[in-house]
Design a protein around this ligand. Sequence first.
Ligand code: ADP
Length: 551
Amino acid sequence: MLSTMQDVPLLISRILTHGSRVHGASRVTTWTGEAEPHRRTFAEIGGRAAQLAHALRDELGVRDDDRVATLMWNNAEHVEAYFAVPAMGAVLHTLNLRLPAEQLAWIVNHAADKVVVVNGSLIPLLAPLLPRLPTLEHIVVSGPGDRAPLAGAAARVHEYEDLIAGRPTGYDWPELDERRAAAMCYTSGTTGDPKGVVYSHRSVYLHSMQVNMAQSMGLTDRDTSLVVVPQFHVNAWGLPHATFMTGVNMLMPDRFLQPAPLAGMIEGERPTHAAAVPTIWQGLLAELHARPRDVSSLTQVTIGGSACPPSLMAAFDALGMRVCHAWGMTETSPLGTVARPPAHAAGTEEEFAYRLTQGRFPAGVEARLTGPGGERLPWDGASAGELEVRGAWIAGAYYNGPDAEPLRPTDKFSEDGWLKTGDVGTISPDGFLTLTDRAKDVIKSGGEWISSVELENALMSHPDVAEAAVVAVPDEKWGERPLATVVLREGARTDFEALRAFLTEEAHIARWQLPERWTIVESVPKTSVGKFDKKVLRRRYAEGDLDVTRL
Ligand code: ADP
């Protein structure tokens, strides 16, 4: 029997129409580095998104599922592109502006981008690549920055504001199939070529509803969210779409991502929520300790992308900024789990431990653990295996070029269609995920596994340690052993022996897991999305480029 319900496709245009009408007075505030930030209401964004869609269709000839790329910071114009492009039926492709030039060119060509909307300040990044980007027909420039390097480009160059000026502020958004491509994002390619994930209107819509649930980020129109996580990093974790559903105001840092301007934004604009990877927050914390500000408005901070060190969570708690830990991937849109402790843990000692897990699976994400032999492991909080997930906003394949079927490489997807995450951990009986490591970062020492993350967290809980990354290095006797790479705070007085003693005595790390190899670095190399780049550390070690002390 069929249902009697209406079959209304879940489209991004519906999120835009709703947000710009029902929450028309909510605002996107963009930091400018000048006395006044730039403010635009959701109603204005709705009108300008329609103008942009008219321009893309009528002036630039964007049709069907043409790819429109963005090479932009987080700002109001980027939000306009976020809605205009998918709503008109084309595909938004957010480019990671921190990728090496080689990879960026590879990705643009792989996606066959026809248009790129670029911030003026990023022209120096784009211009040298242009001779290698044959599919690009149009470049649309927004915001300050010297245009001169674009002179002589084969693609036509347009000014964003001129392009949209005078066009109708309404658009008859097409009724699309909700399963069509809406946006695409490439994984940062830590191993091999980057892989393209293509989100559908339906997956974005459902994911946005999840972001808005109380057990997820649960924000409302009373909130202002400081969206530090880049719009090119898995759709800024879904925030731009989710906020248009509920009227949450957005505070966008544009290119001002250093700790001092971030602290200034928090003090000046008083956001209630913020989202970013741990390295951003480590930097902000040091800034707040050096120059205290009023950050009392900020009561909820979503941290994900890599494990949140317990010391960071505790330090933020002490400042009144309550951390909510979450786990996800490009392939999971990204929200996979959110660490809201269960009711019975509230106010107990257990609560902090629950908050440190990667979080609980929502109804829309099914999970299972697979052991080394392919066996299913129980949710007992102890059996560790590779996490596999399935759901309406989880990728089932990778993009394989415009004329090919989507790709399903067997190493990333199980035969029955689940995503193999490459993350290793346990799941408790009540559905909380605890990751011990990424499969490729686990240290395999004499048949036992050492969690690099556990060692890092332990080291970073030492007051003299600003950052610490631990990687596996080859060892004749054990196969692999941990190398501890430590960044000390200014004025630190500790040494390797003392740190090693701290690991056993204070952090209760088992003796056999203690690193013998230690090195001090000025900073831990970071990936394009701000995570510890362990590949670079392993390479530097192999090339003898690190000054290693053996204890
Ligand atoms: P990349 O693979 O290039 O880092 P993603 O942003 O898609 O790009 O990374 C997803 C991975 O990040 C996950 O598979 C996991 O290993 C890691 N990750 C994300 N959130 C967390 C978290 N809260 N704790 C530990 N690891 C995390």
